[in-house]
Write a protein that binds this ligand. Structure first.
Ligand code: SAM
Ligand code: SF4
Ligand code: F3S
Length: 446
């Protein structure tokens, strides 16, 4: 009988990708994915360190697992991801229930340490930045993901060291995977049924791989994926304004499969705050990119991330962020109150009043959500293309996404999964659109 592994994921899309790859790796030594903690022989927690009480969240989760298995056999407990990287040996000392700790660049060693543990119960932690080895190993194991929309990591780590951010410490230095490795993985995802590929990287547009004296960039990858039959949609995330090079911007002219949504975090609309954050780009650079792309295709929409209440943020800085939002009218954005991360430069700065941050967050979110609702409302009674991703559990409805990543719910047969269809939007709210299948699409899918 195979052993069962239950895996829980916190954090960003890259952690979601990593979790799937961890499952592919564990399969080699006989672990099958379990949908519940019940009867799990192994529990993996893939952690995130980006904000708030990340560490405490992990210990809390372990406490819950311990309680769950109180009168049962204890599972093998593995902590992976960015908290594992940051805390390493500390975790084994503080929480004896944890057996193994493994950082994001060491997943190729996972089976080795599990087998050792199974043999002699030796607790272990591995947190080397061994990115090249990791991807060489992973590229030999087929990515078994069979989702209509699939993540594909092309770049990892970061050399930018924004003063608020832990990523350069938890993911290590910037590394770009070999071009052919990525193309092969994309082809295998297409064979599994993927229609949409979302290229991932902490700085995805810093992708830079030298192949026989030729510098290959994100734009080269996009244009190569464009030629793969079966791929219908291409996206990439998360990009940095500094790396929005002309070749990448021009992909929006040349590619028919690159989606017209640009997720480009700016963090603040104030140059003073951007400087204090060590972002190395200005608001003007961002506006230039926006205007350049709007000129290419006026249907292109932007989304962003914002940090509110960064140390030194004064009311004028905050107002500049609001002005920028009114100018760009983001389709969808994420906003967070600044969270001091251990070891980062910003953690040593004098924080601003928490209540001021909370008030500002409320104001900014009202504005962001307002534009989001308006943009969704404007789609009502219009016909739009969606890619059907899956059936919604217990609801007899289908889940799909439009070009801008908005969720679109519709009624329809299961055979539409994986197909691009046209729907008429009948209703909308801030986060979701509801649509009816255009009768022509119904006939096409039958
Ligand atoms: N590489 C991306 C970039 O340059 O914008 C960001 C990646 S980070 C994983 C995702 C988002 O988390 C950031 O855009 C930022 O808004 C937010 N974030 C990162 N550190 C934060 C902190 N200390 N406090 C609050 N939000 C933070
Ligand atoms: Fe973090 Fe992004 Fe800055 Fe890198 S570029 S330090 S990942 S916010
Ligand atoms: Fe979190 Fe690490 Fe991603 S800190 S956001 S899981 S890169």
């Amino acid at each position: 009988m195979s052993k069962k592994v239950f895996l829980k994921t916190f954090g960003c899309q890259m952690n979601v990708y990593d979790s799937n790859r961890i499952l592919d790796v564990l399969k080699i030594i006989g672990y099958e994915k379990s949908e519940s903690l019940n009867r799990a022989d192994c529990f993996v927690l893939n952690t995130c360190h980006i904000r708030d009480k990340a560490k405490e969240k992990v210990y809390h989760e372990i406490g819950r697992v311990r309680e769950f298995f109180l009168n049962k056999n204890k599972p093998l407990v593995i902590i992976a991801g960015c908290v594992a990287q940051a805390e390493n040996t500390e975790m084994l000392k503080r929480e004896p229930y944890i057996d193994l700790v493994i950082g994001p660049q060491s997943y190729h060693k996972l089976n080795e340490i599990i087998l050792k543990f199974e043999k002699n119960k030796s607790k272990n932690q591995i947190t080397d930045f061994d990115t090249i080895e990791k991807f060489n190993y992973l590229s030999k194991i087929r990515n078994k993901k069979s989702k209509v929309s699939s993540f594909l990591t092309i770049q990892e780590g970061c050399n930018k060291f924004c003063h608020f951010c832990v990523v350069p410490y938890t993911r290590g230095p910037e590394y770009s995977r070999p071009f052919d490795q990525i193309i092969n993985e994309a082809k295998s995802l297409v064979q599994n049924g993927s229609k949409e590929i979302i290229l991932l990287g902490q700085n995805v547009n810093a992708y830079n791989y030298v192949d026989v004296n030729k510098k290959l960039r994100l734009s080269d990858l996009i244009m190569s994926l464009e030629n793969i039959d079966g791929i219908e949609r291409i996206r990439y995330t998360t990009s940095h304004p500094r790396d929005m090079s002309k070749d990448l911007l021009d992909c929006y002219k040349e590619s028919k499969k690159l989606m017209p949504l640009v997720h480009l975090p700016i963090q603040s609309g104030s140059n003073k705050i951007l400087r204090l954050m060590n972002r190395k780009h200005k608001v003007e650079d961002y506006i230039y990119i926006f205007n350049y792309l709007k000129e290419i295709n006026s249907k292109i929409e932007f989304s962003s991330d914002f940090i509110i209440g960064y140390p030194g943020e004064e009311i004028e800085d905050f107002e500049n962020t609001l002005k920028l939002i009114d100018m760009i009218k983001f389709i969808n954005s994420y906003s967070f109150i600044f969270s001091a991360r251990p070891g980062t430069t910003a953690s040593k700065l004098k924080p601003i009043d928490e209540n001021v941050s909370k008030d500002r967050l409320k104001i900014i979110q009202e504005k962001l959500f307002g534009y989001q609702k308006l943009k969704n409302k404007a789609l009502e009674n219009k016909y739009i293309d969606v890619l059907v991703e899956n059936e919604m559990k217990g609801q007899n409805k289908l889940f799909s996404r439009n070009e801008y990543m908005n969720s679109v719910i519709l009624e329809g047969e299961k055979n539409l999964i994986g197909k691009k269809v046209q729907v008429k939007i009948t209703k909308s709210n801030q986060n979701t659109l509801f649509g009816e299948l255009n009768s022509k699409s119904k006939n096409k899918a039958a």
